[in-house]
Design a protein around this ligand. Structure first.
Ligand code: FAD
Length: 550
């Protein structure tokens, strides 16, 4: 099979340089993707540009929760908690296969950050602000009930617990879904296309961008009425290109997660717990592993090479061993890790943990609109605020139409029950070699109803591949065709999260993926080698916290 994706990409880039867009969005993380979708839904001719892969910034490195942020209640960020709390249910409704209900256990421990009464009151407020349905509201638990729910807890310090409702997602998959939906509605979206410079009208207003296509090194100039930067941690760098970096600037805080096999930390559900100093950490079981995070440290190193240090890994291990002493985790147990940067708004004299997680919009004299801060959970409301501003400034006759009822898939699930029965149906279509591995759940959570297309692709293949190899081949074919996959790392990190949740499969299938991509994308040997090196580098970064003091 040979589909010449390169030609299609080249003509898309040529096409963009002949257009006059209403809006160009810089940055294909969840914020930019949300803006592109809202703008396209509102009829704006939109171009989304991403310098590397979509979601390769912070939007594949989060804790992967759609949550209100219980911790922010303590900082009295009531409006933030309320908005994110309410958004949880909205985003769940728009994509129930991607955003699933998850019960969270908060153990109350001696010298912890929450006492029994404080936790109960705080979570009641949390539920109230988010208008959580009565059947899903928090349950207060005795010490015995808490220990039955989670027998691994340290019985010497646990005094009780509270169980409450949150949602879990895959951040990169959410971002890709938003972009696919925006493209359905007419948006042009290009990854590996970096905005290098801006162009201005005679009046000094920004009216074009110069982009570099990283696959060919060719440059293109694209014109637009309005330009928005949703460049996350790179927002200040983009404002520098416009000479508009002011006193208000970013403060970057790094957060790392480590991954251990689920049998080594066999939690029955997600737990939100105190370290020995009362800082809160998540431990979340998922797909045969448990991940633990996060740290919160001021960061001033490379934005493009962020990884978990041994010091951070030791801190997360020590905190986990303190609450779950029977498991006695060590660096040897770590199977993978990831780190991301929080682009927070600088506030003089405050520590990273104290800085607000609220988003903020900056407008420069040239008309560039930048948005930074915020959370994955609030992407839709952030996008709405930006698009309303764009409409007010440039298209004052247009009313804004909300995306509150806009499903993230063309053929959506209408409820979580529908998702569960689709998983059952899919499981019965799978090769028996894959039974018992929760592959149906994995495929539906990743691809929604298109999971059936992946299974159909498996059935169409002939040859000597094993069932697991067929699965990889079908996912790869599907994601190259429908999800902008350009490199082997796009596939392993952002489309399938194997780099974080199943690193051994990345090692096992790397050569197969390189061979298939060479065939499908007509790569030369140099491109194959570059891809091999970049996946190997990513693997070493996931493991570097184990092997050296960084
Ligand atoms: P990014 O995802 O970083 O996207 C910005 C993009 O802009 C990048 O892909 C970059 O390559 C691109 N770009 C930069 N410059 C250019 C250019 N010149 N041209 C083209 N493209 C460019 N939020 C939650 O709601 N729930 C959580 O559980 C959660 N956990 C978190 C845990 C950690 C450790 C961290 C760090 C954050 C967490 N967050 C969470 C916050 C959330 O992840 C971020 O708010 C969100 O992902 C930021 O998305 P973004 O699109 O603004 O930035």
């Amino acid at each position: 099979m040979s589909i010449n994706k390169n030609k299609a990409r080249h003509s898309l880039l040529e096409h963009t340089s002949q257009q006059f867009y209403d809006l160009i969005v810089i940055g294909g993380g969840v914020t930019g993707a949300g803006i592109a979708l809202d703008a396209s839904h509102n009829g704006l001719k939109t171009l989304l540009l991403e310098k590397a892969d979509f979601a390769s910034g912070t939007s594949s490195k989060s804790t992967k929760l759609i949550h209100g942020g219980l911790r922010y209640l303590k900082q009295l960020e009531i409006s933030l908690v309320k908005e994110s709390g309410l958004e949880r249910a909205v985003v769940h409704k728009l994509a129930p296969h991607l955003v699933h209900p998850e019960k969270m256990l908060l153990p109350i421990v001696r010298k912890g950050s929450f006492g029994k009464l404080a936790a109960s009151v705080a979570i009641s407020i949390y539920d109230f602000l988010a208008r959580v349905k009565s059947k899903d509201r928090k349950e207060s638990l005795s010490k015995e009930e808490t220990e039955i729910l989670e027998p691994l807890l340290n019985d010497k310090i646990v005094k009780g617990g509270v169980r409450y409702s949150e949602y879990r997602t895959d951040d990169a998959r959410l971002t890709i879904s938003l972009i696919k939906r925006a493209v359905d509605l007419g948006c042009d979206a290009i990854n590996y296309a970096e905005v290098k410079e801006f162009g201005y009208s005679e009046k000094g207003l920004m009216d074009s961008v110069e982009i570099k296509d990283h696959s060919t090194n060719q440059s293109y100039t694209v014109r637009s009425q309005c330009i928005v930067s949703a460049a996350g941690s790179w927002v200040d760098g983009v404002r520098e290109k416009d000479d508009s970096l002011s006193d208000k600037h970013l403060f970057l805080s790094k957060g790392s997660h480590i991954v251990v096999p689920h049998p080594r930390l066999p939690l029955k559900q997600a737990v939100y717990f105190d370290d020995f100093k009362g800082r809160m950490i998540f431990a979340i079981p998922r797909q045969g592993i448990t991940y633990i995070g996060t740290t919160d440290l001021a960061y001033d190193q490379s934005l493009n090479d962020v990884y978990c240090t041994q010091e951070e890994a030791n801190y997360l291990l020590d905190a986990t061993n303190y609450l779950f002493p029977k498991v006695n985790l060590s660096l040897d147990d770590i199977e993978s890790s990831w780190s991301g940067l929080r682009p927070l708004i600088h506030q003089k004299g405050k520590k990273p943990t104290e800085l607000s997680r609220k988003d903020e919009i900056f407008e420069s004299p040239s008309g560039l609109i930048s948005i930074a801060g915020g959370k994955l959970t609030g992407y839709r409301k952030m996008a709405e605020r930006v698009v309303i501003k764009v409409l007010e400034k440039h298209f004052p006759k247009n009313n804004h139409h909300t995306t509150e009822g806009l499903f993230l898939n063309k053929d959506p699930f209408k409820s979580y029950d529908e998702v569960l029965s689709f998983i059952e149906q899919l499981e019965s279509n799978l090769f028996h070699e894959l039974e018992g591995k929760k592959i149906g759940e994995y495929l539906v959570f990743n691809y929604g109803r298109s999971a059936m297309d992946v299974v159909d692709l498996m059935r169409e293949q002939s040859g000597t591949l094993t069932a697991e190899q067929l699965l990889i081949k079908s996912e790869l074919t599907y994601t190259i065709e429908h999800e902008f996959v350009m490199t082997a790392l796009d596939f392993f990190a952002r489309r399938t999260a194997r780099l974080y949740f199943n690193l051994s499969e990345v090692k096992e299938h790397l050569e197969l993926v390189l061979k298939l991509m060479q065939e499908i994308l007509e790569w030369d040997e140099l491109t194959v080698e570059e891809n091999r090196k970049s996946v190997e580098h990513a693997i070493s970064r996931c493991l570097s916290c184990k092997t050296r003091i960084s």
